[in-house]
Every structure is written in C-alpha cells, then in structure tokens.
Design a protein around this ligand. Structure first.
Ligand SMILES: Nc1ncnc2c1ncn2[C@@H]1O[C@H](COP(=O)(O)OP(=O)(O)OP(=O)(O)O)[C@@H](O)[C@H]1O
Ligand SMILES: [Mg+2]
Length: 510
C-alpha cells in the first residue's frame, strides 16, 4: 500500500456563524486525480483554500507526505509543492502574463533591476509546453478567461507543483479550451502530478477522475472509486436524497408577441468577417423561453448585449419591445424599457464584491423600497428576503458581503436582483454556470413559473441538455448568423450541433 500524499484530518472551519466545514477527513493518494463534488456551499472551495494556504485559521490537521503541516500562507504551501487555481481567477489584470507568472519571484539582474526579458523567455517556454503561443508581454486583463486560466496553470508549473488544486476549471471555457485543458491534465498526470479537481459536471468528473469525494453541508459524506460508482449515486450522496426527475410540468401557453428583432447586425471592425452579428431576426412571446444555442464566439453574448444596450458599438436593425421600437444605448435605458440581463461574467460584471448580500439583490429595485422620501429598510429587507427564499440562496442572512457566498449562491443573487425589476423580457446568459444540480432544477422551475406570469425569457447555455429542458424554441447561431430555429419538439442535440457548426464561408458573401 502506498502512503497518502495528503491526509486531511478532522478539519473544521467556521466563518462567523457559518459552518463551512465540520470534521472532514479523507486521504489523497499520490498521482491520482481526486474529484471533489458537492452542492453550492458544501465547503469544497473552503477546503481547497485550507489545503493551499489561502485560509490559515482552522481546526484539525493536515499532513503532506505523512508530515503534519501548518501553512501560514500560500508561499508555505507552494514550498511543499501545492498550488491552487481558483474558481474565480486571481491574476493582476494590469500586469503582463510573464509578470503574473513570476509575481513575487521576479528575475533580477543584479540587485536593482528586474529582468523582464528573462521572465518573458521563461514564460514563453512554459506556455509552449501548454500548447499556447500568446506573447508573454500581453496584459493578463486582455486575455479571455480560458487563456487566463492557462496562465495560472503555467504559474503552477513554474513552481514545480506536485499537487495541483483546480476549482471548477472548466466552468468558463469554450469546448476547444476544455479539450486543451484535458490535454494539459493528461500531460501533468504522466509526470505524476496529483490533482484535486472540483467540478459540478458529472460527465467531466467521470471522465477524468480516479476517485470522487463528496461533501455535503461541510461534512465528509464518502469517497468512491470512480469505476465502481455512477452519476446517480454521486448525485444522491451530494443532495442526500434521490433527485426527483426534472419534470418542470406542462409548458406555458404562448401569449402575445412581446419582443421582435429584425435584421440585427453588429459590425466587427478590423476582423475579416466584418461583423459579430449579421441580420439576426427573432420573435419572442409572453410565457415563452427562447433558447439560443451556438458555440463560443457564435454571437450569443453579443446578441443579448445588443438587446440590452450594452454593446460597445451600436447595432443596426430594429428592436420592438411590447409594440414600441427601442434602441437602447445604455443598460439603464434597456432596463427602463423592461429588459433585464443576467451576465455571463459574474465576477467582472455581476457582483459588487464588498457590498452585502441584501443590497446586491435590491440594488436595481431600490425605488420599490422607498416610502415617501425615504428608503424603507424593512421594505428593502423584505425584497431581498423574498428572493433569498424564492431562489433558496444559502447565506447567513443579508448582511455578509456577497463575496463570502459560494459561487453558485452568488449567481442566484444576481438572478434575484433582476427578477425584482419586474422585467417584460429576461435575458439570461449562461445562467447556471457553476450552479449545482439541485439549484439548477430550482432555477429552471423559477424560470418556468415566471413565464407563466407572462414574462418572456431568452436564455443561452453552454450545455445543450439544459437548453432542451428549458426552451420552448431553440434558435442556433453560427459565426454571427442565425442558421436554424427549431420548435422544441423537433430539436435534437445532433440537429443543433449541425447548425451550430455551419461555417459563414458557406454563405453568399456578406
Ligand atoms: N470568506 C467567507 N466568509 C464568510 N463565509 C464564507 C466565506 N467563504 C465561504 N463561506 C461560506 O462557507 C460555506 C462554504 O462555501 P464554499 O465556497 O466552500 O462552497 P463551495 O462548495 O465551493 O460552493 P460552490 O459550488 O458554490 O462554489 C458557504 O456557506 C459560504 O457562504
Ligand atoms: Mg466553490
């Protein structure tokens, strides 16, 4: 029997009154890919932060290679070979790629001078080993999330990490980027790296892992050999009961037309294609969910941003909302007209990190809590509480900063914020990213019930089964154009994928 590389012994952690972890114990074996599963708020990220020296105060013990360790910071963890790639990435956006990789360990020539050139060369080398040829002098903030994540992996490699913690690494990646990540993981594994891998995606967990540990409400529930279990068992361990099949009940009757978009186009100066969106037309009725499918870069996010007045350039074409022609040039105008958008990039565009949970929920509907000339705190509280209970947001009240909530629960807060604005049309850009199975089902039910109250919903998702569950109709975009539209009864994954991969070159020229 080999000895464990990491041994977690009775670890407990409280944040004020919140119990994040309670006497968790399990072992990680050298060279294995050990998946950690659990619902939003189960304590996964907290445990990984303890393991990587981000959180230093906790009860219990941690042993690496059989020796008890007590990290006083991430440097300590790095010195025994443990690195973490966080759920919300942590790069300094204003610094170059090379500077990020070697942050705090800058190469020097002599005492005074930083040797940028040597760092860039080393960075290039590291990136090349990850199939990535982005120039190392580029600013981290200018990169797509997938590339930013690769920079974090390069950083871990530069530290010669033997143990790599990945917290939901694929939640923001395109399919091509996921493939690249899998290749990198395979390579790391041949080098013997031990990987702890948090994910909500069952297929991924089953493809990659050797063993799976489940946490629930901060407690260790069990570890299984991946080969000897299945998704149903793991899900059941996660939620503590059998998941009822996802029956959302009958679909809503289609109401009046609420939104019509005619020939929406968005230019893309300097790009060979010339446009991000080209002649996209659609209709949405009250009570209806329109799903938008497409690969990354197909224009899904751009379409929603145009409707919401949030695109950098003004689109051309016509948008008719509830009989009125509108041309929002700012989200506030779109909001006034009756649109709401839940964005894809929660960290950058969604939450106000240091503001409390309650205000993050009410911030777009504060006028509803005004009584006479004053903001009525009780009314405001009632508004946020209504969403906390409606969406089952797991939080210790309304006063903690939203940044202290688990990722999935932050997402629910943003959805709640926009529901409170009573929109006519709700735009959801990949709304269940990082949301656990139970909460997903909950969100689907909420969407269905809002539709029955007459709301129209447009939703994008990177997961086709989700679109097929939620939508009444599915429209497919490929390279900025609409390539197909299906009634839900006719839609299949195959047909959607076929339409999503049609190339623009097969079109008559723009
Ligand atoms: N810094 C903090 N301050 C206060 N509470 C916190 C803090 N970090 C985490 N918590 C709480 O601890 C619990 C566990 O959170 P954690 O982030 O570990 O969950 P998770 O399993 O990673 O969830 P998710 O799948 O949503 O990312 C949650 O109830 C969360 O609100
Ligand atoms: Mg987490």
């Amino acid at each position: 029997m080999t000895a464990p590389i990491i041994s977690i012994q009775n670890i407990s952690k409280h944040f004020g009154g919140t119990r994040a972890l309670h006497e968790v114990s399990f072992d990680v074996m050298p060279g294995e890919l050990h998946a950690i599963c659990g619902e939003n708020g189960a304590g996964k990220s907290t445990l990984m932060k303890i393991l990587s020296g981000v959180i230093t105060s906790y009860d219990g013990e941690l042993a690496v290679d059989g020796k008890t360790v007590r990290f006083t910071g991430t440097r300590d963890a790095e010195s025994v070979g443990i690195s973490i790639i966080h759920q919300e990435l942590n790069l300094v956006e204003q610094l170059s790629i090379a500077a990020n990789i070697f942050l705090g360990r800058e190469f020097r020539s002599g005492y005074l001078f930083r040797n940028d050139r040597a760092m860039e060369d080393a960075a290039t080398e590291l990136l090349r080993s990850l199939d990535c040829d982005i120039p190392p002098y580029k600013l981290a903030g200018s990169l797509r999330v997938g590339d930013q994540q690769l920079i974090e992996i390069a950083k871990a490699l530069s530290l010669n990490s033997r143990i790599l913690v990945m917290d939901e690494p694929t939640s923001a990646l395109t399919e091509a980027e996921v493939d690249r990540l899998y290749r990198v993981i395979a390579k790391l594994r041949t080098q013997g790296t031990t990987i702890l891998y948090i994910s909500h995606k069952m297929d991924e967990v089953f493809n990659l892992s050797d063993r799976i540990t489940v946490l629930r409400d901060g407690q260790f529930i069990g570890t299984r050999n991946t080969k000897e279990t299945n998704a149903a068992e793991i899900t059941k361990l996660m939620v503590g009961r059998d998941i009822e099949s996802l029956d959302l009940g009958p679909r809503n009757a289609r109401g009046q037309k609420i939104l019509e978009v005619k020939n929406l186009s968005l230019a893309w100066p300097g790009h060979a294609r010339g446009y991000r969106l080209k002649d996209v037309s659609l209709e949405l009725h009250r009570g209806e969910v329109l799903g938008i499918a497409g690969l990354m870069g197909a224009g899904r996010t751009e379409l929603l941003e145009c409707l919401f007045g949030a695109s950098a350039l003004a689109p051309t074409g016509e948008i008719i909302l509830d009989g009125q022609s509108i041309a929002p040039r700012h989200p506030s105008e779109a909001k006034k007209a009756g649109l709401a958008l839940v964005t894809e990039d929660r960290k950058r565009l969604g939450i106000f990190n240091t503001m409390n949970v309650g205000r993050n929920i009410t911030m777009c509907s504060l006028k509803d809590a005004v009584r006479g000339p004053m903001l009525n705190q009780r009314s405001e509280r009632e508004l946020s509480e209504s969403m906390v209970s409606k969406l089952r947001i797991k939080t210790a009240g309304l006063t903690p900063p939203i940044g202290s909530l688990s990722g999935g629960n932050q997402q629910k807060c943003i959805v709640g914020r926009w529901l409170l604005t009573h929109p006519k049309v709700l735009l959801l850009d990949d709304p269940t990213r990082g949301v656990d199975v139970g909460a997903k089902a909950e969100l689907y039910r909420v969407i269905r019930s809002l539709c029955s109250e007459g709301l129209g919903v447009i939703v994008t998702s990177s997961e086709l089964p989700e679109l097929l569950t939620l939508s009444d109709r599915i429209m497919v975009l490929s390279e900025g154009r609409k390539t197909a539209e299906f009634a839900i009864a006719d839609a299949t994954q195959e047909k959607i994928m076929e339409a999503a991969t049609q190339s623009w070159q097969s079109y008559p020229s723009a």
